[in-house]
Write a protein that binds this ligand. Structure first.
Ligand code: GNR
Ligand code: NI
Length: 168
């Protein structure tokens, strides 16, 4: 069991674009295990490696209630199946305490490698589709606050910077 520190907005390391994983080896498997520990402890329903300052294309996710459905996506590629957007009040472990409405395509397909390095493809909708798009944004250096107005984003930035100063 290892908990990794989670970077918080506006940390510039959250803006790095993650590199593809070359091989799903023991190093990657240990990182995935530690990412699950960190996500469940937070608690959160998803975590991208970028958030723990590892700039490789690795995502863990579990939208179930009792840690019953762990999912790993390595080098994920998504395709939009239908341009219809759905709105959802998103939060982020890297933007703690803030929830704002974001619109994203409701139906996507993903191709990725699993924890064993096996390639799979599946269609997603609902919270899985929302969360996976949120996590892939992290791998591309993007945050949900980027979809908000500059004023809202600046307010959130100011409040988090103040919280960080008070912690230091
Ligand atoms: O735990 C999380 N909840 C959440 C809720 C709505 C939309 C996206 C998410 S992901 C978030 C965890 C996180 O920050 N992952 O990057
Ligand atoms: Ni997030």
């Amino acid at each position: 069991m290892a908990l990794l520190p989670i970077l918080e907005f506006p940390d510039p390391r959250l803006r790095k674009v993650a590199d593809p994983v070359a091989a799903v080896d023991d190093r990657v498997k240990t990182l995935v295990d530690n990412m699950f520990d960190t996500m469940y402890a937070a608690p959160g329903i998803g975590l991208a490696a970028t958030q723990v300052d590892v700039h490789e294309r690795i995502i863990v996710m579990d939208i179930s209630d009792n840690q019953q459905a762990p999912r790993t996506f390595i080098n994920p590629k998504i395709a939009i199946l239908d341009e219809t957007l759905g709105e959802y009040d998103e939060g982020c472990l890297s933007v703690p305490g803030f929830y704002e409405t974001v619109n994203r395509p409701k139906r996507i397909s993903v191709t990725a490698l699993d924890k064993e390095g096996e390639r799979f493809t599946e269609e997603l909708q609902g919270l899985m589709a929302i969360c996976l798009q949120h996590e892939i944004d992290h791998l591309d250096g993007k945050l949900f606050v980027d979809y908000l107005s500059p004023l809202k984003r600046q307010r959130i930035r100011g409040k988090l910077e103040k919280a960080h100063r008070q912690r230091a």
